[in-house]
Design a protein around this ligand. Structure first.
Ligand code: FEO
Length: 404
């Protein structure tokens, strides 16, 4: 019944859209949904590349069966074991009990650990090739993009790279899967949000993987999330390269917490200073309102960051503290930083922000601003100066670093 979308002559998309789930990994909002991508290669032997979240298992099986017309699966290649891709393995095994599951040693260990599956498996080595007949599948291990077992599968015959999470994006695939047939503009920010939140900690492994891929002549990228990239391959690789180098664009993100508007007024003033110094991309986030996944997306996107916080119970405002922790976990590098804060009777937030930036080892504006209660003229001016100073740092030419 299903007409699966064709990627090449005998490679088909059998993935699914998830418009039901509210939060990816039960944390990250999905306003545009997400796709779990899976692919079939039909040759003398038939290989399925990755599976989908088990919540969509029924439709997944229907799509595969529609394409196979009575034939059976010979192989299941697992590029990544996170359950949004491995969740349907046991179901697939029930329908195709003789299929051989292909993975590396870490994959097969997780396969047993998660699902108790330890029979009819084949362990492959880095660089090994599996022949399906005409198609030759070459395996490239790319650990920590996004888990230790992650690998990519390259079809030498069609020059298709099945890349796992790499080059993935949030956002469903509406009516088509190929970038050539859709307006890709809606995916760029969702790709950065996906990267920042899911892969963001693993800049160095992503750089290693990109280095490895310079020897792989791929023309099409089939990721596990988001569009199939054919026309925009170089743009997509560039985005992953920039993100994994932590190379932000010219722009300043100002994040603040505020209970009654006093710290917010400081943020507005700092923003004015940034703008006066000629920065066009100034993005203000109220940490209590903007989702942290979007704030992280913008922090990955731009190289200027200014954080403001009131003092709360002799600590940072908790929502700001929570965001700082997310930044620390990701080890974001090379940001130009500034900070400000406020208090009512005893200041603590500015001190904590200065400790934070020492940990991050970022270049920091000489000026920081700390106000007691309402904003007054001298600190109004200091906020403008803080904004101008960070803007000046951001506007300096960037020296491109080779690798992390
Ligand atoms: Fe889409 Fe790391 O799983």
């Amino acid at each position: 019944m299903f007409q699966n979308q064709q990627i090449t002559k005998d490679t088909f998309y059998v993935g699914v859209n998830d418009r039901q789930k509210n939060k990816f990994e039960n944390m990250i909002p999905l306003p545009c949904g997400v796709s779990y991508n899976s692919y079939l290669i039909i040759d003398q032997k038939i290989a399925l590349i990755d599976t989908v979240d088990i919540s969509m298992g029924d439709i997944f099986i229907d799509k595969i069966q529609s394409q196979l017309e009575g034939r059976v699966l010979d192989y299941l290649v697992i590029n990544h074991m996170e359950p949004d891709h491995s969740g349907s393995i046991r179901l697939i095994r029930k329908y195709y009990p003789d299929l051989v599951i292909i993975g590396n040693s870490k994959t097969l260990s997780m396969l047993d650990g998660f699902y108790g599956v330890d029979t009819l498996t084949k362990e492959i080595k880095d660089g090994e090739i599996l022949s399906l007949g005409t198609h030759k599948l070459e395996f490239h291990f790319t650990p920590m993009v996004h888990w230790p077992e992650t690998m990519m599968t390259y079809d030498q015959t069609t020059k298709v790279l099945f890349s796992g999470d790499a080059f993935g994006s949030f956002g469903t695939l509406d009516g088509t899967v190929m970038d050539t047939n859709l307006n890709v503009e809606r995916y760029w920010d969702e790709m950065i949000r996906y990267y920042a939140n899911i892969v963001g900690k693993y800049g160095a492994p992503v750089q290693k993987a990109l280095q490895k891929l310079t020897n792989v002549d791929f023309e099409i990228i089939c990721s596990t999330h988001g569009p199939v990239w054919k026309e925009y391959v170089s743009e997509v690789v560039d985005i992953y390269d920039q993100m994994s180098r932590y190379e932000g664009k010219e722009g300043v993100v100002i994040v603040y917490g505020s209970m009654y508007g006093f710290t917010e007024l400081m943020a507005e003033t700092v923003a004015q200073g940034v703008s006066q110094a000629g920065i066009k991309d100034v993005i203000i986030h109220n940490v209590s309102k903007s989702d942290s996944s979007v704030i992280l997306q913008d922090i990955f996107k731009y190289r200027g960051l200014i954080v403001g916080s009131p003092t709360y119970s002799n600590e940072l405002y908790p929502e700001v503290e929570s965001l700082l922790r997310k930044i620390e976990i990701r080890g974001i590098k090379n940001r130009m930083f500034g900070y400000f804060g406020s208090f009512t009777w005893a200041g603590a937030s500015v001190k904590r922000l200065s400790t934070f930036v020492e940990t991050m080892k970022w270049e920091t504006a000489e000026i920081s601003v700390e106000e007691k209660q309402g904003l007054k003229a001298d600190n109004y001016q200091a906020c403008l100066d803080l904004g101008r100073q960070v803007a000046k740092m951001v506007k300096r030419p960037v020296v491109k670093k080779e690798h992390c």
